[in-house]
Design a protein around this ligand. Structure first.
Ligand code: FAD
Ligand code: UDP
Length: 383
């Protein structure tokens, strides 16, 4: 039987909330009520079987990658892994070329001698294997060839995709957004360069189920944080949207939302790689073919098309914080308001920190929250 009163209320059962729950329950003997307003664990990483039995990600393709041995080891307690290197092609000038844009992308798009010259200049400038951002390339292009290349990649790969995805062009966003997808000075066509790249063998839902399977953790789904009376918990970790906690009293933080179109097609009508990006055509940004992510092979496969749109609180899901100078300033205002709650409520995660975290960064944030901010207080409590 779980107690009626808990040491912790943890709001949001995604990577941040689930990781913090497990650590507090297991390493500090704390009782945790972990809630989510959705009807499942896993936040945006949740996966399920579709009507055709394919393992699909309900909220967009989630590929696990990290450079952190600690994060990989922590998660490995709750899942086995299937090695997987994500590959992405983009439809540019009528061809499907590797993205991140690399030496092979140039060879596919430019006349041979020109591609060779550009490759040599890139290698000379940055070194073989380097991964400069498009922003770096554009700002450092002091040579006509490199300038041509930087403008070409910027215009054909980044400008229209970014405008579709964010509603504004790259120049209105922090450079860190487009820097996620560098230009690669080699033939490495993997989307990520991290040391660990893999998919949870039985899927994310199973990983989360194991992570929260602890006698000190009680899970309550379809539960709003305002449904839980303050008398039922000592302290709270809140992983929902930062502004929502404060009733958006300082103004609404912008988020981007998505509309997902799932479909099942004959295997022959699937894609050659996990994801194909469409920077310049159509209203959608990209299509993912899940058989590459799951490793499953059948006569059919599951595709997912993503359409981006502005978030409407209460109507759509806030999938992406928008990294820009204005939103950063507003988020800082809310962080100051959060200071008044220090010692009782902690804010953590992609929505509550208002940071464009990947899954591993959400786990890392929760691990360091527990180690650096919570553990000292808990030790004092125990002493
Ligand atoms: P979330 O997963 O958003 O979880 C927060 C939870 O809090 C939600 O379930 C929400 O329902 C709940 N909640 C919010 N408010 C309340 C409330 N008031 N009461 C109760 N519950 C509440 N990362 C990668 O590493 N690789 C990828 O390939 C990748 N692809 C992505 C693709 C898309 C389309 C998106 C949107 C994200 C992708 N990510 C990827 C990022 C990844 O989803 C996040 O890093 C991760 O899910 C963040 O975990 P979190 O727990 O902080 O937040
Ligand atoms: N991007 C782009 N063209 C591409 C791929 C990415 O312009 O073909 C930009 C775009 O702004 C996008 C950002 O780089 O939002 C980050 O891309 P990523 O694939 O990391 O986005 P996510 O998977 O988080 O949606």
């Amino acid at each position: 039987m779980m107690p009626q009163r808990y040491d912790w209320l943890i709001v949001g059962a995604g990577f941040t909330g689930a990781t913090a729950s497990r650590r507090l329950a297991e390493d500090f003997g704390q009782t945790v009520l972990l809630i989510d307003r959705r009807g499942h664990l896993g936040g945006n990483a949740w996966d399920r079987r579709d009507e055709g039995g394919h393992l699909v990600h309900a909220y967009g393709p989630h590929i696990f990658h990290t450079n952190s041995a600690r994060i990989f080891t922590f998660l490995s307690r709750f899942t086995e892994w299937r090695p997987y290197f994500h590959r992405v092609l983009a439809h540019v000038d009528g061809r499907l070329v590797p993205v991140p844009f690399n030496l092979d992308s140039m060879a596919a798009l430019f006349p041979a001698r020109m591609a060779e010259r550009l490759s040599e200049k890139l290698i000379q400038r940055y070194g073989f294997g380097a991964r400069p951002s498009i922003d770096t390339l554009r700002h450092e292009a002091d040579d006509a060839d490199l300038k041509f290349l930087a403008d070409y990649v910027h215009d054909r790969v980044f400008v229209n995709y970014t405008t579709k995805q964010w509603g504004v062009g790259p120049d209105a966003l922090d450079a860190s957004v487009t820097a996620r997808v560098p230009v690669v000075v080699s033939r490495d066509d993997r989307y990520f360069a991290d040391r660990y790249q893999a998919m949870p063998r039985d899927g994310y839902a199973a990983l989360f189920q194991r992570m929260v399977d602890h006698p000190n953790i009680h899970v309550s789904l379809q539960t709003e944080h305002t449904d839980v009376e303050a008398a039922r918990f000592e302290r709270m970790i809140y992983c929902g949207p930062l502004d929502e906690y404060f009733g958006a009293s300082a103004g609404a933080l912008p988020y981007r939302s998505l509309r997902f179109e799932h479909q099942v097609v004959e295997a022959a009508d699937g894609q050659p790689v996990g994801t194909v990006n469409y920077p310049n055509e159509f209203d959608f940004t990209r299509i993912t073919d899940f058989r590459h992510l799951s490793g499953e092979r059948g006569t059919t496969t599951a595709l997912l098309t993503e359409y981006s749109m502005a978030h409407q609180p209460g109507v759509t899901e806030p999938y992406y914080p928008v990294p820009s100078p204005d939103s950063r300033a507003l988020a800082a205002t809310y962080r100051q308001m959060a200071q008044a709650l220090a010692g009782r409520v902690w804010f953590a995660g992609r929505l509550a920190d208002y940071r464009y975290y990947n899954m591993d960064q959400a786990v890392g944030r929760a691990l360091s929250l527990v180690d650096k901010e919570l553990a000292p207080a808990l030790e004092r409590t125990a002493a």
